[in-house]
Design a binder for this molecule. Structure first.
Ligand code: PMP
Length: 430
């Protein structure tokens, strides 16, 4: 496949966008701020490839930041969305598709009830509200480098774009004084916080496996010990599976690891590339939500028929064969990255959580945000741009997961493998 040629049309679009949209983007990390250069405006996608406004084609290792587990424009998903769309895009009433998707989520995860929302942000925001309502407490514990959406109290020491742009805790945010931040993977510090704030902690929220500081898996038993500490202290555990849910296994990280929690949040894959997310848990907790109970939560477009159709069609193809393929291709690509970086003499750590992975440009193992921040971001920048020039689209940030899709074919894998040594040599020069 040809190297990337002109990107002039993307540049023109970005100039137009910057005049009417803050920073020219509708979500910060899309802007290439931390890697430099101009973002590419994509106009179409098919399978594992996407094409920009200038006609350049890229192998996609971002997969819309996780949702596109089947790749772009999968015919089964497009047919389902099209069939739903011709019947009407929204009714503001219950629809059968919501029941189908809710049943599928419940069957896969074992939660007793789910409520559908439009984004992961809404899911974690309401899970938090529910935990506070159920416990009558206000303080929460979150982990540095974990991102749970742009929910005010969860923006303390957040990962993803906040980490990428090295922003201080965002101005305009209130409520972080009730948020206690602990180092990821450090169970002793959580125990200490519980002891210091006896009877005041409503919940602990954690990414089921961290993917927003780059990928950092929980240490063996970390999530289980969090659940135990929560139980012993009358607090709830919220396992945020927005990224891991239905990506690392048929039933998410919980299914993959055996971890349990009181409340779960889902998003990304379950919407099949349309806006759908959910949170769920035991009936007794979830039935505190209006109209069954007093905790208010609502959404004009929640359970939207197109989004539910896309999500259900996607999950119908999320079977054992797909996860076997994702595991294998993620293994192959990770090994190829390690080989190229080793050959070029670039210090690095491949970091995995199931089929999610990322590469930290550091010589030390990474188990928390401080470790992730010790990486050589400039080396990633050089690596990213060389891959991009060779038609491989990696996350434009050193603090994000690389997402494989079931659509990656042999030709794409070969293209990535061919590009890696160039990118590794570029990183070696930094
Ligand atoms: N939780 C996690 C673990 C996430 O990765 C994200 C998004 N990357 C969110 C919550 C927020 O989801 P959304 O962007 O749909 O609001």
């Amino acid at each position: 496949m040809a190297d990337i040629q002109s990107t002039e049309k993307s540049r023109e679009l970005f100039d137009r966008a910057a005049r009417v949209v803050p920073g020219g983007v509708n979500s910060p990390v899309r802007a290439f701020r931390s890697v430099g250069g101009d973002p590419r405006f994509m106009v179409s996608g098919e399978g594992c490839r996407m094409t920009d406004a200038d006609g350049n084609t890229y192998v996609d290792l971002v997969s819309s930041w996780g949702p596109l587990i089947l790749g772009h424009a999968h015919p089964h998903v497009i047919d389902a969305v099209t069939a739903a769309a011709v019947k009407g895009t929204s009714f503001g009433t219950p629809t059968p598709g919501e029941v189908d998707l809710a049943e599928e989520l419940v069957a896969r995860t074992g939660v007793e009830r789910v409520r559908m929302v439009n984004s992961g942000t809404e899911a974690t925001m309401t899970a938090l509200r529910l935990a506070r309502a159920a416990t009558g407490r206000t303080k929460i514990i979150k982990f540095a480098g974990c991102y749970h959406g742009h929910v005010d109290p969860l923006l303390a020491a957040a990962g993803s774009g906040v980490a990428t742009l090295a922003l201080p805790d965002s101005p305009g945010v209130v409520g972080t004084d009730e948020t206690i931040v602990a180092p990821y993977n450090d169970i002793d510090s959580v125990a200490k916080i519980f002891a210091e704030h006896d009877g005041q902690i409503a919940c602990v929220i954690t990414e089921a496996a961290a993917g927003n500081m780059g990928v950092v898996a929980p240490r063996d038993g970390f999530n289980r010990k969090l659940a135990e500490l929560c139980r012993a202290n009358g607090a709830l555990l919220i396992l945020d599976e927005v990224m891991t849910g239905f990506r690392v296994s048929k039933n998410g990280w919980a299914g993959f690891s055996g971890d349990t929690a009181d409340l779960f949040t889902y998003g990304k894959v379950m919407g099949g590339g349309l806006p759908a997310a959910a949170f769920g848990g035991r009936a007794e907790l979830m039935d505190m939500l209006a109209p069954s109970g007093p905790v208010y939560q609502a959404g004009t477009l929640s359970g939207n028929p197109l989004a539910c159709a896309a999500g259900l069609a996607t999950l119908q193809l999320c079977d054992d064969d797909l996860y076997a393929k994702l595991d294998a291709v993620s293994q192959t690509l990770g090994e190829a990255a390690v080989a190229a970086l080793t050959e070029a003499g670039v210090p690095h750590r491949l970091s995995r959580a199931g089929n999610m992975f990322s590469v930290f440009f550091t010589a030390d193992d990474v188990s928390d945000f401080a470790g992730a921040q010790a990486q050589n971001v400039a080396a990633y920048r050089a690596f990213f741009h060389e891959m991009l020039a060779k038609g491989v689209y990696l996350p434009p940030s050193a603090y994000e997961a690389w997402f494989v899709s079931g659509a990656l074919d042999d030709e794409a894998v070969a293209q990535i493998a061919d590009a890696l040594p160039y990118a590794a040599r570029a990183a070696a020069k930094v």
